[in-house]
Design a protein around this ligand. Structure first.
Ligand SMILES: O=C(O)C(=O)Cc1ccccc1
Length: 323
């Protein structure tokens, strides 16, 4: 095996070690043996990809409680040079960790990633109503900061259970997430490369700027999917930042660019919003296979296009009878 794992791939991820993002990355075949570079932010991880320092970066994109990770949605929306090549869904469980000797009633300041506090808000409000929250670049970064010499910037950190085990931190409270069964979805992002092959259980991510030159544009965008039987699994609006009211839609659609119904929907979107961007087609983590009606299958599209092309050549046979 090469020093960078079987595939020779190298990876960046939202670090440090023991973040949820790292656990997502370690599910990728070969990643455990590969060179892995922790980054201090989503943007820094993606920049390592753009600079060619690593082949791909794992970043969080969405979770089942808090919704989209805006830093990721915005960063991949603006770059022409990034493609999603894989998705990973990881269950998330949170512990409240502190230095040995700290009691729950001593905790005045808690640090963690913004998506972690959002998923533990109910527990924190109930058990630590007066606590101050400090955002940190990741859950694990908040935990690691407690292990160095003081003074410590916070009394406790919300992290994955494994952080407490690795660093000998005390578990002040276990499993404090408000929703059992919470999951986070991560995406592996690389520079443009040949698409992962179609599996029949795929997703396609696109970014569609909302045209503001005519009414009904959002409905027209949605119609492109609906009329071709393409189901959406995520749609979020994000401000472009240019001016108030200027939005783009970040969309995950079921299917692969090689599915005729998806390609045809993208062509329709391009007519409505020419700056539509394709961010990748990749296998679905849940491996579920959509049921596709006969008239939305590749064969129906091929036959229909063949029929249209044939019309100009027709000499009369097959035309409706003349009255
Ligand atoms: O901070 C981490 O460990 C991350 O990987 C980001 C994150 C934070 C909270 C839930 C899921 C992912």
């Amino acid at each position: 095996m090469s020093p960078d794992g079987a595939s020779g791939e190298t990876y960046a991820y939202l670090g440090p070690e023991l973040t949820f993002t790292e656990s997502a990355l370690l599910t990728v075949p070969g990643a455990a043996e590969a060179r892995r570079v922790p980054a201090t932010s989503v943007n820094a991880a993606l920049q390592l990809v753009l600079d060619g320092e690593v082949g791909a970066a794992m970043v969080p994109i969405e979770n089942s409680v808090e919704g989209g990770v805006t830093a990721t949605l915005d960063a991949i929306a603006v770059s022409e040079e990034l493609r999603i090549i894989r998705e990973v869904v990881v269950p998330v469980r949170f512990n409240l960790l502190a230095r040995p000797g700290t009691r729950l009633e001593d905790v005045r300041v808690v640090a963690t990633h913004s998506h972690a506090i959002a998923q533990c808000r109910g527990w924190v409000d109930e058990h630590l109503p007066d606590v101050e929250y400090l955002p940190s670049s990741s859950t694990a970064a908040a935990g690691v900061a407690l292990t160095g010499p003081g003074p410590w910037p916070w009394d406790a950190a919300i992290c994955a259970p494994v952080v407490g085990e690795r660093y000998g931190l005390t578990v002040l409270a276990a499993d404090i997430g408000d929703r059992s069964g919470a999951v986070t979805r991560f995406v592996l992002v690389s520079r443009p490369r040949p698409l992962p092959p179609r599996t029949g259980s795929d997703k396609t991510t696109i970014v569609v700027p909302l045209p503001d030159d005519h009414p009904g544009a959002l409905m027209e965008i949605l119609e492109q999917f609906a009329t071709r039987g393409v189901n959406l699994s995520r749609i979020e609006s994000r401000p472009t930042g240019a001016y108030l009211g200027d939005y783009f839609f970040s969309i995950d659609a079921e299917g692969h660019l090689e599915d005729a119904r998806v390609a045809d929907a993208l062509a329709g979107l391009h007519r409505i919003s020419p700056a539509t961007r394709f961010l990748g087609s990749y296998p679905r983590a849940d491996e579920s296979v959509p049921s596709v009606a006969r008239h939305h299958r590749d064969q129906a599209f091929e036959e229909a296009f063949r029929w249209v092309r044939s019309l100009a050549r027709r000499t009369g046979d097959g035309d409706p009878p003349r009255r």
